[in-house]
Ligand binder design. Structure first.
Ligand code: GLU
Ligand code: ZN
Length: 317
């Protein structure tokens, strides 16, 4: 059976890169994208793009900028990128299915209440302790009215029946992650990252997710949601992060970290790829194709990379 599938070419690996279009991509984003692309292409797979733009900070022009960044490194993708803000009806439909199955409830907790709850006893750190899970209809009506008085609406949470889930990450091995009653839809009506990520990975038929290891903690929730929605979870490949000088995850404010800023420092794409290869403990490469030809996940370093931004040419003596 498997052989037939392979022979027909229907068992194609599908990798994806899913940036939020909030600015130019930085070295951390780009290194992850390059690894994900190399992994997918190495096995003859497809590689798709998705813009996670439901957040208010996302801007349309950054989509073109990010595509230009990827293209400048030699990363290509199949088909048109999916843009989440165009897919709201799909999220509504999946949300309605969960609701119809009795798996959604309203949560009236404010951000402030939640931060106090975060330190509640008997609750794993970061987990929602289910305060709004078992309210009576009368209690709900009262809470709803209180919120409406403040001009707010409820958020919507998933009613889960597990507290944790074990999975295997290709790089970091067996992990057990938290599954709590996480938010599906925020009080402002915006669908949550975990929810749309799962709906879209299923929709785009993604079979392999490569992303920064800071998202390892989302896997258990996402696997759980895949089960509920009847989709097959992808295989997970979390990769080490690029850090700034103080050991934090690299951000745009950390200096010369985008391709444009690096160009201003005299650093071109070839050198960027070369830095990526070296930082991952892999053989030298100057193009995405060379990187791909030598890429070996088993030999890739699992350590984060602390990056020292170069000085712009204009500021050099
Ligand atoms: N949009 C997310 C980010 O830019 C990526 C989430 C994912 O890869 O699952 O951090
Ligand atoms: Zn609540």
């Amino acid at each position: 059976m498997l052989l037939t599938l392979l022979a027909e070419g229907s068992f194609t690996l599908v990798g994806r890169y899913a940036p939020s279009p909030t600015g130019a991509l930085h070295l951390g984003n780009l290194r992850t994208a390059l690894i994900g692309w190399a992994l997918a292409r190495q096995s003859g797979g497809r590689f798709v793009l998705r813009f996670e733009d439901l957040d208010a900070r996302s801007r349309e022009p950054f989509r073109d900028l990010q595509m230009a960044d990827l293209a400048a490194l030699g990363i290509n993708w199949d088909g048109d990128p999916l843009v989440q803000s165009n897919c709201r009806s799909r999220y509504e439909e999946a949300f309605a299915r969960l609701e119809a199955a009795g798996l959604v409830y309203e949560c009236y907790c404010s951000r402030r209440e939640l931060s106090q709850i975060a330190s509640a006893p008997h609750t794993p750190p970061g987990a929602y302790p289910g305060y709004c899970r078992d309210l009576t209809p009368t209690e709900r009506a009262k809470k709803r009215e209180e919120l409406a008085g403040k001009g707010r609406g409820p958020a919507f949470r998933l009613r889960t029946s597990k507290q944790s889930l074990t999975f295997t990450d290709t790089v970091y091995g067996q992990q057990t992650g938290l599954v709590d009653d996480f938010v599906l839809r925020r009080s402002d009506g915006v669908f949550s990252y975990n929810f749309v990520c799962v709906v879209d990975d299923a929709f785009q038929e993604v079979t392999q997710v490569c992303r920064g290891r800071d998202l390892l903690s989302s896997v258990a929730r996402q696997n759980y949601l895949h089960q509920l929605l009847g989709s097959t979870p992808p295989t997970w490949v979390h990769v080490p992060l690029v850090l700034n000088q103080t050991g934090q995850r690299l951000a745009k404010r950390d200096g010369a970290v985008t391709l444009e800023q690096l160009r201003e420092c005299g650093i071109e794409s070839a050198q960027v790829i070369s830095m990526f290869a070296t930082s991952l403990g892999l053989p030298p490469a100057k193009t995405a194709e060379e990187f791909l030809a030598q890429f070996d996940l088993g030999k890739m370093s699992h350590e984060d990379w602390r990056f020292t931004p170069p000085v712009p040419l204009s500021a050099q003596p």
